[in-house]
Design a binder for this molecule. Sequence first.
Ligand SMILES: CC(C)(COP(=O)(O)OP(=O)(O)OC[C@H]1O[C@@H](n2cnc3c(N)ncnc32)[C@H](O)[C@@H]1OP(=O)(O)O)[C@@H](O)C(=O)NCCC(=O)NCCS
Length: 188
Amino acid sequence: MTTSLHVRPVDTADDMLAAFALRREVFVNEQSVPLDLEIDDTDFDPQTVHLIGELGDDVVAVGRLTPPEATVAADLAALHLPQFSADGFPTGTELPGSTAATSIHVGRLAVRHDKRGLGLGAALVAGCLREAARRWRGPGALMLELSAQVYAIGFYRRTGFALVEHRDTYLDAGIEHRDMAAMYTPGG
Ligand SMILES: CC(C)(COP(=O)(O)OP(=O)(O)OC[C@H]1O[C@@H](n2cnc3c(N)ncnc32)[C@H](O)[C@@H]1OP(=O)(O)O)[C@@H](O)C(=O)NCCC(=O)NCCS
């Protein structure tokens, strides 16, 4: 497994252009998502955190964190969800969602086509979660939510997320998605 992926927030205009270029390559060119849906208002919210994953100077992965919601959805708070620890990898234990005070959306996760299957996606998820914790951790746990393309549910399960079973499949940009969630307890 390749573990040398360096995940960090975009810092310069060149970083941001590299992030958009990779998203366009993956979501628009590979997956046929219309460009005007792929780039959305959230991209330009000053609180949104864009992340890149680098191998050396090569940007091979990308992700996005959406600023915390003031409250955690009641139906998620009722669940027991898988837990991540401080390194961003799953612990194998579960926590009640009601212990989370705030909820963060993780999205636009992608690894460049020629670098898939090497463990970089898992490293990307871990890096995103560490950054979420660094920025937004309060006294309690963080709830993490994502909208998974149905084909990628297995990937997200492998990296620690659980399917929100009672929420149905829905279409986003013409692609079937399901909601998934987990808890993050850095230091816990
Ligand atoms: C989904 C994606 C990020 C996975 O990246 P990756 O670098 O290939 O993933 P990894 O190599 O880190 O895989 C981690 C684990 O998940 C598994 N996995 C990867 N993709 C999977 C899939 N589609 N279904 C089931 N399991 C999968 C791997 O086999 C590996 O399992 P292991 O821990 O037993 O070895 C990548 O396929 C991608 O960029 N896809 C296009 C963009 C996209 O669809 N993003 C998701 C939008 S919701």
